[in-house]
Design a protein around this ligand. Structure first.
Ligand code: FMN
Length: 215
């Protein structure tokens, strides 16, 4: 079993990082022989896509020049990491109502025609089917469905849509909301940790035990 962990907060000791830590901790206990691949987008500065990148990405792979292959090398490596993973956990801080720029840069590198999405006569087909994705968000405010601010959540709907486009449709969202300073922050984190332990257990295809919940 392989777990791919993506962190995308600019802050070292961030809430979303602490929560992806908890996910990995639980997952590892249940998969002692499992492998965790860590991709920290604060320390792996991904290039933004360029004219050269788009030309190469939309060319026939057999006709790529060595320079074009080099242009796509980072994207290829990130796509390989995704293809190899059984489970993907993403730590996603909310910045300006949506994902952080490093997470968007990662998405731009992994949504690849011919690699993660195929165009056929009946439309598009995502390649990455059958993998479990857990997205742990951290937000200063609260955007639950039914609240007056729900309409400003451009994070969960966007991630569901774009990851679904490449075949990642089995997505569990866990939101640590109200993380701005105040009384609501700690209980919200505790509730998120409970859900994380359940999600990490579910991702390992092993029944949840009482012990799992007392980490
Ligand atoms: C640049 C920036 C923009 C932010 N924008 C929002 C926002 O639009 N809505 C919100 O609820 N919180 C916002 N926040 C608060 C963060 O979502 C919150 O601090 C969260 O814990 C960040 O995740 P992290 O601790 O993993 O970095 C913002 C924080 C920063 C630094």
């Amino acid at each position: 079993m392989k777990l791919l962990r993506i962190d995308s907060s600019a802050r070292r000791n961030s809430v979303s990082r602490q929560l992806t830590d908890r996910f990995v901790e639980t997952w590892k206990k249940q998969n002692p022989a499992g492998q965790v691949i860590e991709r920290d987008l604060a320390t792996t500065a991904l290039p933004l896509i360029t004219d050269e990148w788009t030309l190469a990405a939309y060319s026939d792979p057999a006709s790529l020049t060595p320079a074009q292959r080099e242009t796509l090398a980072v994207s290829d490596a990130l796509v390989e990491e995704l293809l190899a993973a059984d489970t993907i956990v993403i730590g996603a801080p909310m910045y300006n109502l949506t994902v952080s720029a490093p997470l968007k840069a990662w998405i731009d590198q992994i949504v690849r025609v011919g690699r993660t999405v195929l165009y056929g006569s009946s439309g598009t087909e995502g390649v990455l089917k059958g993998k479990k994705v857990v997205i742990i968000t951290s937000r200063g405010g609260a955007f639950r469905p039914g609240t007056p601010t729900a309409q400003y959540d451009h994070q969960e709907p966007y991630l569901r849509h774009i990851l679904g486009f490449i075949g990642l449709t089995d997505i569990t969202f866990i939101h640590a909301e109200n993380q701005k300073p105040g009384d609501l922050a700690e209980p919200a984190r505790a509730a998120a940790i409970e859900q994380i332990q359940l999600a990490a257990s579910a991702a390992s295809n092993r029944p949840v035990t009482a012990q799992d919940l007392q980490l």
